[in-house]
Write a protein that binds this ligand. Sequence first.
Ligand SMILES: [Ca+2]
Ligand SMILES: [Ca+2]
Length: 235
Amino acid sequence: MYKHNIFLLLCGLASCTVALAIGRVFVKTKVSLCGPTRLDIGWTDRSLASCGVNCIKRYQGYCYSFMFHNVTNLCTPGGQLMPLKSGPDEREGDLFVLLSDDAYYGFGLESYMSATVNLAFYQIDVNYTQAIGACQCLNSSLYAAKSLDKFNLYAQLVHGVAHDTWIGMNDLETEGRFVWSDDGQPFDTQWMTTFFQFDQPDNYLNEDCVEMHWDNQKLNDDSCNKTFYFICEKQ
Ligand SMILES: [Ca+2]
Ligand SMILES: [Ca+2]
């Protein structure tokens, strides 16, 4: 059944793509602040492509990644990538991730009025840098509420979990000039009083990152070192 395993194997210095005859494409990926769930401690396989095929064969519907060591041929099957999981260690080798949005844990469509967003709400406390990095690792960006409907969607979600949550906005580069972290575009100040709490932003003891208070669903600039929940969105 899996006689002709490799459809295409393209490995250069920078990247490596494994396309299997069974219609799955895996891409060699370096990760930081997210990683695969391990489905098994692994086995010795005969080749990189065979490792991918066996991952799918043995973990039908759960294999979204695998790790392969090109010297020991250790093959470690992986599930979806999740925030703050570790990437491959020296023993596990290189990580290959399925070329599909499904490879990343927790995403789904959420709507409010005209806004429909493919997002994942991670109820894990992290600092701002970790939130930015984890979203990037998960092929997405920290939630940016660039419209009133998107803001209200975010507010509804944050209220629902009753926990303060980061938003992808900061004034790290220029004090008092807030930008969206995904593209660096300035925050439209006409929304200042709608989005922010009445006495915020106040830059109290140098606050450069923005989070939402779950109880009043308003924004506050806060210390980037504090830890809150975070939401990633896919464009
Ligand atoms: Ca500030
Ligand atoms: Ca503040």
